[in-house]
Design a protein around this ligand. Sequence first.
Ligand code: 4NP
Length: 165
Amino acid sequence: MGAMVRICFVCLGNICRSPTAEGVMRHLVEAAGLSAHVEIDSAGTAAYHIGKGPDHRSRQAAAARGIVIGGQARQFTPADWERFDYVLAMDSSNYEDLIAHAPPEAKQKLRLLRSFDPASPPGAPVPDPYYGGAEGFDEVLDLCEAACRGLLDHLKREHGLQQTS
Ligand code: 4NP
């Protein structure tokens, strides 16, 4: 019946921020009864961590909020520009790497994730937590939750998504 919307969250390694955003969004979409209408994935711009699961610090910070994160790291590919409706970058470095290789007609699919958070300053990142302490991972959860709430509101509005379950 209704629209199927496809979303890919993108960070550098696909082991911290983008798997977190993926888990947060899936949690919100399930709670809204919209799982049949939204496909959610994540990827990294870099190849360093291909095949690995999420960083244990990300898993732990998410689990503390009842959010399960999983999957295996993969690198964003050119075919992803066709597959997804939204490609959501965590920071300006991810954004620049992505746009440099995007087909011209796909560039409008790319946004910074936090642009969907009405309380976020323009251009604000989800900062890379990899080399910092546990509080950085908790902040990633906070920022992803706020942005994904805004994203879900946007999807409901723009795509007319309605609960079917
Ligand atoms: P992510 O975090 O981009 O949020 O997955 C990082 C993971 C690994 C590295 C950097 C950031 N790294 O340099 O290996």
